[in-house]
Design a protein around this ligand. Structure first.
Ligand SMILES: Cc1ncc(COP(=O)(O)O)c(C=O)c1O
Length: 470
């Protein structure tokens, strides 16, 4: 088993993984006893799964479920409740409604706020953009749910504004909602990767008279750098053009629970909608996503009733009228049991640890001549370049890619690589509170020693270049 080998996963190639897994999809007429199945899965599948509890896992938003969450997930699975309506699960439907109200209070949202659980942050973003377009249609005097895009005098005028660093689910939503990606306007970011207010107002002035802004999307914790956009400024801009303000806080909204981070979320209680993924920073099993709206009436824009459940006349809770799926799992339960088991003090303390470690790492790297940080971290993500003096500037991007690929191939840790402007940068992301500062320093040590090997790799092209210039 790879657990003993200190690798993140087996390290097998796609071909080898495929070979191992073929017996798992060889469906025969005769069944197999559970014990044998268990053994098969242990041998063939588990070695190839990623170990999110490994101290070297410093790249993605995944984590091993927190203990209380794992208990809730087991119970939810055992009872396999669909929770979209009272008829299918009175307890599940009520628990979800109650939890949504409590979450609105916990996050100090408006008194009229409400929420719904979703399958993923992607769908939460999509639904938020649907609500935004619907609201725009109302302002133009028609029901978007009935008339669709054809109701707009000129649908090509409709635009959504968001950061160039926004998650691709916003692009996906523009496609799925029939707006098309060309109606997504990308906003420039400033030095710390936040949407630049000056650029925003310049863009708005340019669009005036030719385009109708239906939504501005702020990101609270961008995927690449963890940056939190200036929410209150964007809210003012959205209000000026009668647009919806959506905050994609899939990753970062959790941090608004920390009193010391609250200022970065100023205005959050006034925005129209917020996406939040407890399956990212909070260690709740996938799928666990939530969409908040500022006013519970906002959900009426997406409500559809049926004759066999979710009836319009029903007085019982029917969470299914707040989002499209007619079947959803009881993902509320793992969140509830996790918060109850840990207590909010512990939840907050665990949120602080990655922030502190990433901040400390940044401070350290800033004193190292051979590293350059690309931003000051707002959350638990840091993008940087290794810039050893022996690697010329025009090879720096290649160096980062080389480091990334070498680290992945060694299998002891995982970081990621991303592109910010013209620069290829390395990215460390800390989700788990059990990743220590020393684990991050080990990664830096590894990066340095891999950087030394790069010298050999690029020697020839350099020498050639040097000869040519002499
Ligand atoms: C900022 C942001 N928004 C949305 C998403 C999509 O969320 P999900 O993976 O739950 O669909 C992600 C995923 O990483 C994200 O980082």
């Amino acid at each position: 088993m790879n657990k003993k080998s200190n690798r993140l996963f087996s390290g097998a190639s796609p071909e080898e993984v495929q070979q191992d897994l073929l017996p798992l999809v060889d469906f025969q007429s005769a069944g197999q006893p559970l014990a044998k199945l268990n053994q098969l899965i242990e041998e063939k599948l588990l070695p190839h799964l990623m170990r999110y509890d490994h101290a070297g896992f410093q790249s993605m938003y995944n984590s091993i479920p927190e203990q209380g969450a794992a208990l809730g997930a087991q119970i939810a699975l055992a009872h396999n409740q669909g929770v979209t309506n009272w008829q299918v699960s009175p307890g599940g439907a009520m628990l979800e409604e109650l939890c949504c109200k409590s979450l609105c209070l916990l996050f100090q949202l408006s008194a009229q706020a409400d929420a719904t659980f979703m399958y993923s942050g992607t769908y939460a973003n999509q639904q938020a953009l649907y609500l935004a377009i619907h609201k725009k249609a109302e302002l133009q005097g028609f029901d978007f749910g009935k008339e669709g895009m054809a109701g707009f005098r000129d649908p090509s005028r409709l635009v959504i504004l968001t950061s160039r660093d926004a998650h691709f689910s916003i692009n996906q939503s523009a496609r799925m909602l029939g707006l098309g990606e060309q109606n997504l306007v990308s906003l420039e970011v400033g030095t710390n990767r936040q949407i630049d207010p000056q650029q925003l107002y310049k863009t708005l002035a340019e669009l005036k008279g030719t385009k109708d802004v239906c939504c501005i999307v702020a990101t609270a914790g961008t995927t690449s750098t963890g940056t939190i956009d200036p929410i209150e400024t964007l809210l003012e801009a959205a209000q000026q053009c009668n647009a919806w303000l959506h905050v994609d806080g899939a990753y970062g909204f959790s941090f608004s629970l920390l009193p010391e981070c609250r200022a970065q979320f100023q205005g959050i209680e006034k925005v129209d909608s917020i996406t939040w993924d407890p399956h990212k920073q909070l260690g709740i099993p996938i799928p666990n996503s939530v969409l908040f709206v500022n006013n519970k009436q906002d959900f009426a824009r997406i409500s559809l009733f049926s004759h066999y459940f979710n009836r319009e006349s029903s007085n019982e809770p029917n969470p299914g009228i707040k989002s499209p799926p007619s079947t959803r799992p009881m993902s509320v339960l793992p969140l509830v049991t996790s918060l109850l088991h840990q207590g909010m003090d512990e939840v907050l303390e665990k949120l602080r640890i990655p922030l502190q470690n990433i901040k400390r790492l940044t401070e350290h790297l800033m004193t190292q001549g051979d590293f350059r940080c690309w931003h000051e971290p707002d959350t638990g993500v840091l993008c940087f370049q290794h810039q050893p003096s022996h690697v010329p500037e025009n090879h720096r991007n290649d160096l980062q890619t080389f480091i990334y690929e070498t680290i992945l191939s060694e299998g002891k840790r995982s970081i990621s690589v991303t592109q910010l402007g013209d620069a290829v940068v390395l990215r460390i992301l800390v989700i788990s509170p059990s990743i220590h500062y020393d684990d991050l320093i080990e990664t830096i040590t590894d990066i340095r020693s891999i950087g030394m090997r790069f010298t050999d790799t690029v020697k020839e092209p350099h020498e050639t270049a040097n000869h040519q210039s002499q």
